[in-house]
Ligand binder design. Structure first.
Ligand SMILES: Nc1ncnc2c1ncn2[C@@H]1O[C@H](COP(=O)(O)OP(=O)(O)OP(=O)(O)O)[C@@H](O)[C@H]1O
Length: 246
């Protein structure tokens, strides 16, 4: 099986504190992998370390077999590792269309655009209706959609989504999660960081649980979903919905 992203012994620091401690993580080609963990577990730190936004060390950081350790964040994007950050970081005084066009140009892959603007608007019809609207005037759900669409406009080979449903109403969460599932069906490998355990594991093949910066469980989604010990330990709030849904 081809490996899209392979991480071994990843350590990431914030200031003097080592927040992420020797994490191993693999994303096989064409699959969704879940990264689960409570608030403050270190998920965002792990992502920012991989991107080179924070001081990090790793025994291995391979993107499709290529060692990308030491790359600058913009080089990571050019290499195909695209992160949709939790804080979205949209250009709020630019329109939806301009945000997407800018990303598309920055991808540096004008010859191999897998995610054309039309395809993005097909995925997110709500954004098509708001093409000319300033990003700063969008609702929370629409901002999350635009952040994902902009990530796709960067023509990722691996997409990392950091809590795309954070703070959104359940109906909007459903819409966003089903759209992520459609994106996954295109074959794009995805690392989905979420606290929405049930929906996330439903589309992921594999999941990692991170606690205090270390992986404490790594298993198939089916096994994690059945594992009450893990779910009740880390995600007590979600256990009922898991049980209710089975
Ligand atoms: N800017 C910062 N400076 C120092 N420590 C930080 C900073 N941001 C986060 N931390 C600490 O790093 C640890 C991991 O935080 P991180 O944001 O990576 O967790 P997370 O799993 O992504 O949580 P959340 O879901 O709340 O975003 C926490 O203990 C947090 O207090």
């Amino acid at each position: 099986m081809d490996t899209a992203l392979s991480v071994q012994g990843l350590r990431v620091w914030r200031g003097r504190s080592e927040i992420v401690r020797s994490v191993d993580l693999t994303i096989p080609s064409g699959q969704v992998v879940a990264l689960l963990g409570a608030n403050g577990a270190g998920k965002t730190t792990l992502i920012e370390g991989m991107l080179g936004l924070l001081p990090m060390k790793a025994d291995k950081l391979d993107l499709f077999g290529q060692d990308v350790r030491g790359s600058q964040p913009w080089e990571m994007v050019r290499n195909g590792l695209v992160v949709v950050p939790q804080d979205r970081y949209l250009f709020t005084d630019m329109s939806v269309q301009e945000n997407l066009e800018l990303a598309s140009k920055r991808s540096g892959r004008s010859q191999e655009q897998v995610f054309e603007l039309d395809a993005l608007y097909d995925l997110f019809p709500r954004l098509a209706e708001r093409k000319g609207q300033f990003a700063g005037t969008l609702s929370g759900g629409e901002r999350s959609m635009l952040a994902i669409a902009r990530g796709l406009a960067l023509q990722p080979k691996v997409l990392v989504l950091d809590e795309p449903s954070l703070g959104l109403a359940p109906i909007v969460v459903d819409l966003i999660m089903s759209t992520i599932e459609r994106i996954a069906h295109s074959g794009l490998p995805i690392l989905l960081v979420e606290q929405n355990v049930h929906q996330t594991l439903a589309m992921a093949s594999w999941g990692y649980v991170i606690e205090s910066g270390a992986v404490t469980a790594s298993d198939s989604s089916e096994a994690l979903l059945r594992s009450d010990a893990i779910l009740s330990g880390y995600f007590a709030v979600d256990v009922e919905s898991v049980e209710g849904g089975s």
